[in-house]
Write a protein that binds this ligand. Structure first.
Ligand code: ZN
Length: 95
C-alpha cells in the first residue's frame, strides 16, 4: 500500500503483530484486528499528530493486549495512559 509505514512487534508473548500507519478513509482513526485474525494487526491513520496520535496508538494496543475488555474500559485507559505519557515524556514519532 503506497505511503504506508509498517512495523512488526511481538505482543502477548509470541504473537506477531503488524502495526501499520496509513491513510484511513472514514471515521475511524485506528482499527485493531484481533489475534484471532490470520494476520493480527493494528492499522492507524497517518494524518494524526501529537497527543492524539499517541493516544490512539495506546488505545489500539490495549485492544490488542486485552481483547476481552469493553470499549468503555479501553477508551478510558487509553486516554489516561496517553495523558501521563504525553505529560512526562517528549514523544514524537520516528519519521
Ligand atoms: Zn476502541
Amino acid at each position: 500500500m503506497a505511503g504506508s509505514d509498517d512495523h512488526v512487534f511481538t505482543l502477548n508473548g509470541d504473537e506477531r503483530w503488524l502495526v501499520r500507519w496509513t491513510t484511513l478513509k472514514g471515521a475511524a482513526y485506528g482499527i485493531t484486528y484481533t489475534q484471532k485474525a490470520k494476520h493480527p494487526r493494528i492499522v492507524l491513520h497517518d494524518g494524526m499528530r501529537g497527543r492524539h496520535r499517541l493516544t490512539v496508538l495506546v488505545h489500539e494496543l490495549l485492544h490488542a493486549i486485552f481483547p476481552q475488555a469493553s470499549e468503555e474500559v479501553i477508551e478510558q485507559a487509553g486516554k489516561d495512559i496517553g495523558k501521563v505519557l504525553w505529560a512526562l515524556y517528549d514523544i514524537k514519532p520516528k519519521e
